[in-house]
Design a protein around this ligand. Structure first.
Ligand code: PMV
Length: 332
């Protein structure tokens, strides 16, 4: 075991917070090789890690655990809390730490909505625990541990969400080349509205459903992947272009991307209706994330955000104006 880490005395605490994310363009097609474009948003998970006498205790809105051991088999832990337990266990082993860790989780991100609550949790948890134990808590190390932790319950997680949580800002992700930061102006030249359908979605189920669709419609599917790749290139060009055009052009791309998502069967009646309403008030809207439920996003001018928010709330939609989070992981 490592002897390089030094231990804080009992009562030591470390805090970290990390933002959630939205996928702006490219969900599902990214699984089949295209790029996706993501951004971190101003909704955060905050975690305080404190040293205790023994075991791992987690308090969060998705559940609590109270174990006396740092060595419990991971499968004996409640599924949703396994990533955090894994972080505590792995970091403790790395540090040769034999006491206990308490994790207090607070979240502004609804879970099961595709807004990256699980990635933000892993990022904030990894940073808080690495710091508590005096281990290397560079962004690179935090990202590595956070992605490993996510894969405990989502073995196919690409790591793109987690990269957005740790690094903040806007980025492209592809299976072949990983993630690349996208520079953007602040303010970015467009406003983003996120609306939640309130239907919990299951990413793995939706990814499997798309795989089946692909098997039955392989030539149509490869054509759509081609079109999605072209759309992503166009979006990157729009993002580099003139501010006054961004909102309208991105909205048009969102509407086009939504039609591809509908072709592969990841929309449904409730999402479709929500997107039609959003589209009637903005430059364009689409699903964000896996679909089947979860959220949709719409593009508008920044100075229209408050008005559109009021309209959507007035029609009974759960929504918010999202800002791009530029900070990423925060520790304090
Ligand atoms: O889990 P969500 O809703 O953030 O989105 C998953 C994005 C997919 O492209 C559908 C799956 C993936 O692993 O990229």
């Amino acid at each position: 075991m490592s002897t390089t880490a030094h231990h804080h005395t009992s009562g030591a605490a470390a805090c970290a917070s990390a933002p959630g994310k939205v996928i702006l363009f490219g969900e599902h097609f990214v699984v089949h090789g295209t790029d996706a474009i993501l951004c971190a948003i101003n909704r955060r998970v905050s975690i305080t890690a404190t040293e205790t006498a023994n075991g791992v205790k987690i308090r969060s809105c998705i559940g609590n655990i109270n174990t006396d051991s740092l060595d419990a088999p991971i499968n004996s832990i409640k599924t949703a809390l396994r990533p955090l337990y894994y972080i505590a266990q792995t970091a403790s082993r790395r540090a040769g730490f034999r006491r206990g860790i308490n994790l207090d989780v607070t979240s502004e991100i609804p879970s099961g909505a595709g807004l990256g609550s699980s990635s933000a949790c892993c990022a904030a948890g990894a940073a808080a625990v690495l710091r508590l134990l005096g281990l290397d808590a560079s962004r690179e190390k935090v990202l590595g541990l956070a992605v490993d932790a996510e894969r405990v319950i989502f073995p196919d997680a690409s790591g793109a969400d987690t990269a957005a949580s740790v690094l903040g800002g806007m980025l492209t992700y592809s299976r072949q080349s990983g993630y690349t930061n996208i520079p953007f102006d602040s303010p970015p030249g467009f406003g983003l509205i996120v609306a939640n359908s309130g239907i919990i979605h299951d990413t793995e189920h939706m990814v499997r459903q798309v795989e089946n669709h692909k098997k039955r419609n392989s030539s149509e599917f490869s054509l759509l992947c081609q079109k999605e790749s072209e759309l992503i290139l166009k979006v990157l060009e729009i993002l580099r272009g003139h501010d006054s055009l961004k909102a309208a052009e991105l909205g048009r791309m969102a509407t086009r991307n939504q039609s591809y998502l509908e072709s592969i069967g990841v929309s449904n009646e409730r999402l479709g209706e929500m997107i039609r309403v959003m589209r009637s008030l903005t430059y364009g809207a689409k699903i964000t994330g896996a679909g089947g439920g979860g959220c949709a996003i719409a593009f508008t001018k920044e100075d229209r955000l408050a008005k559109i928010y009021d309209e959507l709330i007035g029609r009974g939609y759960d929504c918010f104006a999202a800002k791009i989070d530029c900070a990423g992981l925060n520790t304090f």
